[in-house]
Design a protein around this ligand. Structure first.
Ligand code: ASP
Length: 333
């Protein structure tokens, strides 16, 4: 019987982290070893495994993720039914969203990881990897962009976040929920396929790394950090604001000054819900920040808003209208 081909690319993380003395773990396992450790995997797919990096995920960066994107595109072009990437969970929500912005194939690209390392009792890596492969092979996973599979749930890359530092059910899509469940060997979706069209990744821009810092505001913030940013050093700035994207009156002044020279996007630091549009009019409110030239992130979390602005800045600083249009389309369900 011919089996479908799945490509598995490994980037490191806890799912690949082992220890020689039973103490602290570090990334060591190759993609081939990860695949070999999954019971039943060889029966459902021909696996093409490749180790793309061996890093803890806090040390991943955008160029590394875009190299993984090109590898995944090549794998599909070479005949893979679907692709799975494994990586650390700490930045998984960001990597998955960056991939999703540019994933231009109907085939599924699924990202997964683990909260427990392979030598731990009840390690979740093999189960997550098997479920991710099933998801990558499922016909109903096509045309959905990049998916995150964790703890038997399927999430859309743009809404999922890591919401717990230790739990094996660390990933949630706070507002919209998971779009699917993996039960026994089946992947069941509660919503029809469909996605926001991807951005075009111009050849040669993968190695660029625009500087788009993310700042969180806080009680008593007087704008000191924003004022310390030299506009010529950044390609854009994202501010994680209070509530629906609000900041203090002093911070609003700082944002207004910066927004005259570089794109500034404000998001909500709450972990759930969109930035406001039309409710509050005080200095530092959403209406005030937009009037000063900033752009609301909509439903995108601060880290995902940062990646969208980063992607828009590839190849040169984006104009305000480009930023507004992109967040209008990609910042809503
Ligand atoms: N705690 C992380 C993980 O689950 C470490 C990392 O992100 O590399 O993989």
């Amino acid at each position: 019987m011919t089996r479908p081909t799945v490509a598995i690319g490994a980037l490191g993380g806890t799912i690949a982290s082992t220890s020689t003395d039973g103490a602290e773990v570090v990334p060591t396992l190759s993609a081939a070893l990860l695949a070999q450790a999954v019971p039943g995997l060889a029966e459902i797919a021909d696996v093409r495994a490749e180790t793309l990096a061996m890093l803890p995920s806090p040390s991943l960066d955008e160029p590394t993720i875009l190299r993984a994107l090109r590898w995944a595109q090549d794998a599909v072009d070479a005949g893979a039914t679907g692709v799975v990437l494994t990586q650390g969970t700490d930045t998984l929500e960001e990597a998955a969203y960056l991939l999703d912005l540019f994933w231009d194939r109907p085939e599924p690209l699924v990202v997964t990881g683990a909260m427990r390392s392979p030598q731990a009792a009840g390690a979740d890596g093999p189960a997550n990897l098997l479920t991710a492969v099933r998801c990558a092979l499922a016909t109903d996973s096509r045309e959905r962009g990049v998916l995150v599979v964790f703890d038997d749930e399927v999430h859309q890359a743009r809404w999922v976040s890591k919401t717990d530092s230790m739990s094996t059910s660390a990933f949630r899509s706070a507002v919209f929920g998971p779009i699917g469940r993996c039960v026994e060997a089946e992947v069941a979706y509660g919503v029809p396929a469909g996605r926001v069209p991807p951005l075009r990744l111009v050849a040669g821009l993968e190695a660029e790394n625009p500087r788009v810092p993310l700042l969180a505001t806080y009680l008593g913030d007087d704008g000191y950090v924003v004022d310390a940013i030299r506009a010529e050093d950044v390609d854009g700035v994202v501010v994680a604001g209070f509530g629906a994207g609000h900041v203090s009156a002093a911070m609003a002044e700082s944002i207004g000054r910066l927004a005259r020279q570089a794109p500034v996007v404000f998001a909500s630091r709450t972990g759930s819900g969109p930035t406001g549009r039309a409710m509050y009019g005080y200095p530092g409110s959403e209406i005030d920040l937009v009037a000063r030239g900033a752009v609301g992130a909509g439903w995108l979390s601060p880290v995902k808003a940062r990646l969208l602005l980063w992607a828009l800045a590839l190849g040169g600083p984006p104009g305000r209208q480009d930023v507004l249009d992109a967040f209008e389309v990609r910042g809503r369900p």
